[in-house]
Design a binder for this molecule. Structure first.
Ligand SMILES: C=CC1=C(C)c2cc3[nH]c(cc4nc(cc5[nH]c(cc1n2)c(C)c5CCC(=O)O)C(CCC(=O)O)=C4C)c(C)c3C=C
Ligand SMILES: [Fe+2]
Ligand SMILES: [Fe+2]
Length: 337
């Protein structure tokens, strides 16, 4: 039997048009990994109520970034670039995109993997840190599909859970931060503000989500590999954004942390989005528009953001390396094949 390698990129997905917003939100809230209800039979009716009540504000936000999420296009490009790097090493692999709440849906990606007769599959989440609500939810979906399907069970599946410690990822983040600091007229005075996506506190305290610990390690890792003078002079903060609903989420909340820094006299903020490797609504709208406004109103005059990694070559090369390592292919062996 010939070996056919596949790489399955896991991502969240986003509405491509304003008309998609309601259904996208419904899919999201219908997932018990996003909202945990004590009675499963209530999940779908409650999902449609929350989706309907959130859709207007969410549509306004997507309208501000051009009428839809750029996530699909960026993820497809990341996949093509990973495929090209692998090919350069002589590794013929096909990359598939599996979104959790929008097209291309996970089920569609899996149908293609079956059609193509993939024998070895590397499952690679595009979230650097693991959370029950992101990577966990996608892996659960895969496990459900696998449970009833002997053809899928015959595939050798390698599932990566998180990869924020990778040196290539950290180097690429350092390059992006460094480039922004060098643009500043007072780089030593810039406060590095890591803004992570929040999750409800209960995920960590009750359900054992490693997300907060991984996030803190990730920020430490990036800070420790920055240039020594930045490490010495640039203060940093980790805060959590995008809270939805009435329950308590991880703190400090981004908005409050910005106001507190302003009160302490911080005047230069460089926001580093840290949960996600692509531009999306929470970078383009929430940080660039909403939090900029909060900062300016609080008296912070210099507000800037580090771009998302998207297809940064160091990052893409590192993901391709990760795929090869998972398959036990060393670069030297790949070149020799
Ligand atoms: C209500 C619970 C939510 C949890 C928990 C949550 C965790 C979480 N989400 C991301 C990344 C993304 N979220 C995106 C959209 C989005 N997420 C929620 C809710 C929760 N997220 C909502 C309601 C939405 C819709 C947008 C909105 O109305 O605000 C997206 C999609 C972005 C796009 O461009 O379309 C991403 C990406 C992470 C990393 C995370 C936990 C670690
Ligand atoms: Fe989210
Ligand atoms: Fe948000």
């Amino acid at each position: 039997m010939s070996v056919r390698v596949g790489v399955l990129l896991l991502n969240l997905g986003g509405p491509e048009k304003l008309e998609d917003v309601y259904l996208f939100l419904y899919n999201l809230f219908a997932d018990p990994e996003i909202i945990r209800l004590p009675f499963p039979f209530l999940q779908k009716p409650i999902a449609s109520l929350i989706a309907a009540s959130r859709a207007p504000i969410s549509q306004e936000n997507y309208a501000m970034i051009g009428g839809g999420s750029p996530l699909r296009q960026i993820t497809v490009e990341q996949g093509e670039n990973i495929e090209n790097v692998l090919q350069r090493y002589g590794v013929e692999a096909k990359v598939y995109v599996a979104m959790r709440y929008w097209h291309p849906y996970t089920e569609d990606a899996i149908a293609h993997i079956k059609q193509d007769g993939i024998t070895h599959l590397v499952v690679l989440p595009l979230y650097p840190q693991y959370s029950i609500s992101t990577t966990g939810s996608s892996i659960k979906k895969l496990d459900q599909l696998w449970a009833n399907d002997p053809q899928l069970q015959a595939i050798e599946r390698i599932t990566i859970k998180s990869w924020y410690r990778r040196t290539g990822y950290i180097r690429a983040m350092n390059e992006l931060i460094d480039a922004k600091l060098q643009e500043s007229d007072a780089p030593d005075h810039v406060h590095l503000f890591f803004s992570a996506h929040g999750v409800p506190v209960k995920y960590v305290t009750k359900y054992g989500d490693p997300y907060q610990a991984e996030m803190e390690n990730c920020v430490d890792g990036i800070m420790q590999s920055l240039r020594r003078d930045y490490q010495r002079y640039n203060a940093h903060t980790l805060a959590y954004q995008s809270r939805v609903g009435p329950v308590e989420w991880l703190q400090p909340y981004t908005e409050e942390a910005i106001r507190n820094l302003a009160k302490r006299g911080v005047d230069r903020l460089l926001v580093v989005p840290i949960s996600f490797v692509s531009e999306h609504i929470e970078t383009l709208q929430e940080i660039d528009i909403e939090y900029r406004e909060v900062a300016e109103e609080a008296g912070i005059h210099h507000f800037d953001r580090v771009p998302a990694l998207n297809s940064h070559p160091i990052f893409i090369n590192d993901l391709a390396d990760l795929v090869m390592e998972s398959l036990n292919i060393s670069k030297a062996r790949a070149i020799a094949v």
